[in-house]
Design a protein. Structure first.
Length: 396
């Protein structure tokens, strides 16, 4: 039957007799279950206070079986029993010893997003840790990295989300797959009419329309949004910036907007629905996605903005450097240098043809790496390792 146990990092909150889950996660699981020939069991941990893009579900309505653990509750051989394939997060240190719990005939595939460098970058950006806390954190990360590499060497397969993780960990495993994660399905991609309208706006000399979407946290570089805006203002660029998301820096950013000489240029829009609000807005009201990520996580936001037909201006973290080398979809600046990122945007603001070229390249590349083709490759990889036969796509 090739029964599969997925141990995922997705957040979950129990609310009475129901569970609150991330909508993107549930819909992805719905598609995965439709492909897989047996009922999937998913193991999650109760360790989150809020889920911004969440929805409440009855367990009986979920397209998979759900097992919940407490935050520090260990995974046991009993949890793994009865499953031929274990599909686990390699980013979760609590999953790195699973091979010791497995019985003959069981197989494990890890999925990984962050590199050791990215974890250290996140640690360095943590404003809540002092010097001693950072030193202890680096020692702990080094110990877990050794366990992670050992786990990947002994696993039957590895799926790496993004170029940095694949470059680092892919050679360790005998059966490694690179994929680019994103939520863009065919109906969500920009249309030719929207691409033409964007180009007409730029040719007519309209304001350069910037957009940011994501968590307002230091690891996402949200602290650099206002410095970029200030520099663009100094350079005399006619622009707007729409910021979508919420997080620890939201109040700081709101105060920064109020202190600007021209605050109406920047709009803090909070959390909106991805499919019905964020995507249509970006397709119709943006020219460039502003990426301030100071670390190299795979960030589906790049591909999703590109699928909306939007070029990208970002720090040259390892993910964006590799992605842009492949896609030719925008521009880069040195990591953490908000002034140079703003100066790069100021330069391209005077070159509508360059924005058009990068926007078209972004659109083309993202469509080639949409949700369906990337997901299908991942499922085929799992099925081959498990010795299973996927249900036909037409069954979706």
């Amino acid at each position: 039957m090739a029964r599969i146990l997925m141990i995922a990092p997705a957040p979950v909150i129990e609310t009475g007799g129901r569970v609150r889950l991330d909508v993107k996660f549930v819909e992805g699981m719905r598609v995965q279950q439709a492909h897989w020939p047996s009922r999937i069991t998913c193991l999650l941990r109760r360790d989150t206070p809020a889920i911004p893009f969440g929805r409440d579900y009855d367990r009986a309505d979920l397209p998979f079986d759900l097992v919940l653990l407490d935050p520090d509750e260990p995974i046991t051989a009993g949890h793994l029993a009865g499953h031929e394939l274990i599909y686990a997060s390699g980013d979760d240190y609590r999953c790195l010893g699973l091979t010791d719990l497995m019985t003959p005939g069981q197989k494990i595939v890890y999925v990984i997003e962050y590199t050791d460098e990215t974890r250290r970058q996140i640690l360095a950006l943590d404003r809540n840790r002092g010097l001693l806390g950072r030193v202890k954190g680096r020692i702990w990360l080094k110990r877990q990295e050794g366990r992670r590499r050992l786990a990947f060497r002994t696993a039957q397969g590895l799926q790496s989300n993004g170029y940095p993780a694949h470059d680092l960990y892919g050679p360790i495993n005998r059966d490694s797959l690179l994929y680019l994660d994103g939520r863009m399905t065919p109906e969500l991609f920009a249309t030719e009419a929207e691409m033409a309208a964007r180009e007409a706006h730029r040719a007519a000399g309209g304001p350069l329309r910037l957009v940011y979407s994501g968590r307002l946290e230091t690891m996402k570089g949200a602290q650099d949004l206002i410095p970029v805006v200030r520099r663009l203002t100094e350079r005399g660029v006619d622009f707007t910036l729409d910021i979508f998301g919420t997080g620890a820096l939201e109040t700081e950013i709101a105060e920064g907007i109020r202190s600007l000489p021209d605050p109406q240029r920047v709009r803090l829009r909070g959390v909106v629905d991805f499919e019905t609000e964020l995507v249509p807005f970006t397709r119709q009201n943006a020219d460039i996605f502003l990426g301030c990520h100071r670390q190299s996580d795979p960030s589906c936001t790049y591909l999703e903005a590109m699928g909306c037909g939007v070029a990208v201006a970002s720090y040259d973290n390892r993910m964006w450097q590799r992605l842009n080398a492949e896609a030719q979809a925008g521009w880069g600046a040195p990591l953490g240098n908000a002034r140079m990122l703003a100066d790069r945007i100021a330069e391209v603001a005077r070159d509508p043809a360059a924005i058009t070229r990068c926007s078209r390249n972004a659109w083309t590349f993202s469509r080639a790496h949409g949700f369906q083709p990337e997901f299908q490759r991942r499922m085929e990889h799992l099925a081959r390792i498990a010795g299973a036969t996927l249900l036909p796509v037409g069954a979706l």
